[in-house]
Design a protein. Structure first.
Length: 578
């Protein structure tokens, strides 16, 4: 797993870059966090200083052609023109980093020019040579303040560098010429905090003829601050952590570089065997392509917020973080995950909401936010439908279900849709508070197959509020008869009749059509016309008597499901007689 570099405390150790003193195998450089979001440095930067002295080198070589006799013999104490400053910021190959910084500048190319200690370093590669391209890109360009010696006009100059030496001010020593070169680093508090030791690598491989007697003994190390009263001396930290000074060309003093890193770099959750955190090089993901927010947001209702997928060059995009600001307040997270949408139940009564979303990867890096516009919340109370969802039981005959629709919002207009098994039966505008009837009768009933069915009543108001009532029932009807309640009157005796019956009768079911021409009699004479109906023929009445005062035609359709399965219904009866 990973965390952000910014999570680590001052004093934490980090491995970053590699270094080679001489010809030994390059080794990891161990740094210590000495400041976070330091004043005057890049915003939110993490300031690192090597935990120990990594090498012994001169600050600046003697300059034989300089008109200043001290600089001829002891080197130049102006940091911006020094050999050490140039070397620290170069990634050139061996022997290629040096370029004259001024007309009298001299390369640190011989032992004599670097104090006779054998630590000439013009033939070395630039300090950054063994850093990866990713590591170099992560180092922040930092503007630092450096006092100028009186021979250089006094006061100070501000220069921008990636790698630099600390100042007296930053390590908690006295300001040179009463000028603060930056601000105190949090990692320094007293003399003991400034005492430094050589790395084992530096101790074992340094070409210097002067070094501590043991790797565990403290040693001197350079600062960037000049001794402002002359042109040759540079400030150093003494072995006991106090302030001292010496010639710029002294090649036996320690180098402890400093630099600033982005706080958003990922690091390991735990330390390694050396007590160091490991940097995890990870590119932050790209933000989602778009954030889609409904044009109208309703309080007290679910609102779907969606976004398009982001991307990650490392291939480790993990998900998205959706946040909302309510009534102009601070953003709060409402969703973290890999989905591309989220249903937000907006609180009833809010005035405004504003959403933003960003991508995150498995290493903990995040993209910038994609932010939607401020949306006014429409606060609307949804309609209500009386009753409760549930089963209406088994039905063997047509039935109705009563219900009432209400809406507490003044002036609300409500539309109701009645459906059975998802098919719309009726859409209408009800009278709020009045009793309404869902009718499962007539052809609606007849067309339903035996088995389970679902009734839904949906009430939608003019502001999008929706209420739904759901009922279930089981139809169990094995037979039915259809007969007009009023016979068809005739002035004379009917002799023939042609009947058509619109129907769906499955195999195994019984279908019967009975007719009579004396339907007004107390006991009509019924005749079977089934075969005529099935054959599309005319049925000729056999009866020629009546007891009633007038003739009338009666029709009766009888259906019994029997062993038939599937749709079984009669949807229409028509015909004529003479």
């Amino acid at each position: 797993m990973a965390q952000l570099l910014s999570n680590l405390a001052v004093g934490s150790k980090i491995k970053f870059g590699k270094y080679q003193v001489a010809s030994e195998t390059a080794q990891d450089i161990i740094w210590k966090i000495v400041a976070k979001n330091h004043s005057g440095y890049p915003s939110n930067a993490i300031t690192l200083l090597t935990e120990k002295i990594i090498d012994l080198r001169a600050s600046d070589a003697q300059e034989p052609s300089n008109s200043d006799s001290d600089r001829q013999s002891y080197g130049n104490n102006r940091y911006s023109l020094s050999n050490i400053e140039q070397w620290l910021n170069k990634d050139s190959a061996a022997g290629a980093w040096y370029a004259a910084a001024h007309a009298a500048d001299q390369s640190p190319d011989t032992s004599a020019r670097t104090g006779g200690y054998g630590t000439q370093y013009a033939a070395k590669a630039g300090f950054l040579n063994l850093f990866t391209a990713t590591e170099k890109a992560a180092i922040q360009n930092t503007t630092i303040r450096v006092v100028k010696a009186s021979v250089d006009g006094g006061s100070y100059e501000d220069i921008a560098r990636k790698v630099f030496l600390p100042s007296t001010t930053e390590v908690g020593l006295a300001n040179e010429s009463s000028i603060a070169e930056g601000a105190l680093w949090a990692g320094f508090s007293n003399d003991a905090s400034r005492i430094a030791y050589l790395t084992q690598q530096a101790f074992s491989n340094t070409p210097s003829s002067s070094k501590p007697s043991a790797v565990g003994n403290a040693w001197y190390w350079w600062l960037r601050t000049p001794y402002a009263s002359n042109s040759r001396n540079v400030r150093v930290v003494y072995t006991d952590g106090t302030l001292s000074t010496d010639y710029a060309c002294r090649g036996s003093y320690g180098v402890r570089p400093a630099l600033n890193l982005l706080s958003s770099i990922s690091v390991s959750d735990s330390t390694d065997v050396d007590g160091c955190y490991t940097l995890i090089w990870n590119t932050a993901p790209n933000p989602p392509g778009a954030l889609n927010v409904p044009s109208e947001i309703y309080g007290g209702k679910n609102n779907t917020i969606s976004w398009t997928a982001g991307s990650d060059v490392d291939g480790n995009l993990a998900g998205y973080e959706l946040e909302v600001s309510e009534n102009g307040g601070a953003y709060t997270n409402i969703y973290t995950g890999s989905a591309l949408s989220f249903i937000d139940a907006v609180t009833y009564g809010l005035s405004t909401v504003q959403y933003r979303v960003r991508s995150y990867d498995s290493a903990g890096a995040t993209s910038s936010y994609v932010t939607g516009s401020v949306k006014n919340v429409i606060n609307n109370t949804v309609p209500t439908i009386s009753g409760a969802d549930g089963s209406l039981g088994t039905k063997a005959a047509p039935f109705t279900q009563n219900y009432t629709v209400t809406d507490p919002d003044d002036g609300a207009s409500v539309t109701v849709v009645e459906k059975i098994d998802g098919a719309t039966l009726r859409t209408y505008t009800p009278t709020l508070g009045a009793t309404n009837t869902f009718s499962v009768t007539g052809n609606t009933w007849l067309k339903l197959t035996n088995g389970s069915h679902t009734l839904t009543i949906t009430a939608t108001d003019n502001l999008g509020g929706v209420a739904t009532r759901t009922y279930t029932f089981t139809k169990n009807m094995t037979s039915f008869s259809i007969q007009p309640t009023v016979p068809f009157a005739s002035e004379s005796m009917p002799t023939r009749i042609a009947i058509s019956v619109s129907r769906s009768i499955p195999g195994g079911a019984d279908f019967e059509v009975m007719v009579c021409n004396n339907a007004n009699d107390a006991s009509p004479t019924w005749e079977d016309a089934t075969s005529a109906v099935e054959g599309g023929l005319v049925h000729v009445f056999e009866n020629d008597t009546k007891t009633a005062a007038t003739w009338a035609v009666g029709i009766q359709v009888n259906v019994s499901r029997g062993t038939g399965s599937g749709a079984c219904y009669v949807s229409g009866i028509g015909g004529n007689f003479e």
